[in-house]
Ligand binder design. Structure first.
Ligand SMILES: [Zn+2]
Length: 451
């Protein structure tokens, strides 16, 4: 498989060739564990999990190292723990456990390494020490700051003029800063705040330095691919690059920079104030979005139907369509063994993860090579787990397929919680739509239309 990837650094699609084909090294910025992850974070998890799977296929599973960190020291964490009146460690453990369940629910493999920022203070202190020693950083008023003007080609990734960056970043004005773009590497910790001893006093790191430290420790001074959401290009990735390059003296931090596009929900930017903020946890386990919970495979397919660099509009309709497609594919592959992948599917994914084309190829395989369809779903990480049961009966003309599949899924959930009254109510609702369900002790085994 020869892989081509779009590189944000060069703004071009390029042939990918790893520094060491026996040890392909990838870093993606993971979550700050202070709250549930939203579905925009879910897109990033899915996109870079797919990249991981495609690289494993191309180079061998044992030759790909994927590092996705956990940020467990951050002002947002401190604030949330105080708000909830719980210790910081309790909050970060709770949110990390939910994050792991979310990622598994979306069909993501565990990364090769999942470092935590709090386990990498020595590396952060080492990098900051180097930056001070070579004139890239300075101490002021208990803080250590990166001296942006000391780096002549700062801004190469985002390619924005300095004045635009200053406006875009809404930079914090602080009396101890020499320049408006200078950013914090280390800051003092007040008495009750978490802090670590350092040559600059007891304090805690800035966000950007955490990723420079974890990627250095686990992937080295220069590695192959660095990824994240498009909103991280500036300032986070720009600042990671500045720290790592100036500390170690290389022309790049990573050869390829990959960024997934924005996600909006039902045509609007997702925000808590608009009331359309939806978490992965809610999608998988509650009825908050579209009045029902959704199988992880449907979430993943709905996401991958858009190319990862394009913006995506996440809608109930798209989830219904994805679920309907998966139910059809499950029916078409019933009793079939997975086969070697179809070349067209592999070729589409090798072309900068062109998932819309790969999925179109899967549709074409449904009738003639269902085994290859199954193989392709395996590579995309899409499973049939949690799909509503069905008997293979075709929906009647005009039947609201999505509505009754939703009711079947809801009834399954009610039965798992032993809520028999709700289960009976939903059975009646389904009967009203002309659908009869059959159960055994493990759950709903089939449904059929009764004229
Ligand atoms: Zn990062």
């Amino acid at each position: 498989m020869s892989l081509r990837l779009y590189n944000t650094l060069t703004r071009r699609k390029q042939d990918f060739s790893p520094i060491d084909a026996k040890d392909v090294r990838v870093y993606a910025c993971g979550p700050t564990v202070y709250d549930h992850l939203h579905i925009g974070n879910g897109r990033m998890l899915i996109v870079f999990d797919l990249l991981f799977r495609v690289l494993r296929r191309a180079y061998g599973a044992e030759h790909v190292r994927y590092v996705r960190n956990i940020t467990d020291v951050d002002d947002k964490i401190n604030a949330r723990a105080a708000e909830r009146g719980i210790p910081i460690g309790v909050l970060t453990e709770e949110m990390t456990a939910i994050f792991h369940a979310d990622a598994a629910g979306l069909g993501c493999l565990p990364p090769t390494v999942e470092p935590r920022a709090t386990g990498h203070m020595a590396e952060m202190i080492e990098i900051i020490g180097r930056l001070i020693a070579n004139g890239s950083a300075y101490q002021a008023d208990g803080h250590v700051l990166f001296d942006v003007p000391s780096m002549p080609d700062y801004g190469r990734l985002s390619r924005r003029p300095l004045d635009e960056m200053i406006a875009g970043a809404r930079v914090e004005v602080a009396p101890y800063k020499r320049g408006p773009m200078d950013f914090v590497l280390w800051k003092p910790a007040a008495g009750d705040e978490p802090g670590w001893d350092s040559p600059w006093g007891r304090g805690r790191p800035g966000w950007h330095i955490e990723c420079s430290a974890m990627s250095w420790r686990h992937l080295g001074e220069v590695f192959d691919i660095h990824g994240g959401g498009i909103d991280l290009v500036f300032p986070h990735h720009e600042n990671e690059i500045a720290q790592t390059r100036c500390a170690f003296g290389h022309q790049v931090m990573a050869n390829v920079w990959m960024h997934n596009g924005h996600l909006q929900v039902e045509g609007e930017k997702m925000s808590k104030s608009l009331g359309n903020f939806v978490t992965i946890h809610e999608l998988l386990t509650s009825d908050k979005f579209g009045g029902r919970s959704w199988p992880g495979g449907a979430l993943r397919l709905a996401m991958l139907r858009a190319h990862y660099r394009q913006p995506i509009d996440f809608t109930v309709k798209a989830l219904e369509e994805a679920e309907r497609t998966l139910v059809e594919w499950r029916r078409a592959t019933d009793g079939v063994e997975p086969e070697e992948l179809a070349e067209d599917v592999v070729a589409a994914l090798a072309d900068d993860l062109n998932t819309p084309r790969a999925i179109a190829e899967l549709h074409a395989l449904k009738a003639k090579r269902p085994g290859a369809l199954l193989g392709g779903l395996g590579l995309l990480g899409i499973s049939f787990d949690g799909l509503p049961a069905e008997s293979g009966a075709q929906p009647r003309e005009g039947a609201d397929f999505a509505a009754f599949m939703g009711l079947i899924a809801e009834r399954e959930a009610a039965r798992r919680q032993k809520n028999w009254a709700e289960s009976d109510r939903l059975r009646d609702a389904l009967a009203g739509l002309g659908v009869a369900v059959k159960d055994n002790k493990d759950g709903t085994t089939s449904w059929e239309f009764r004229p």
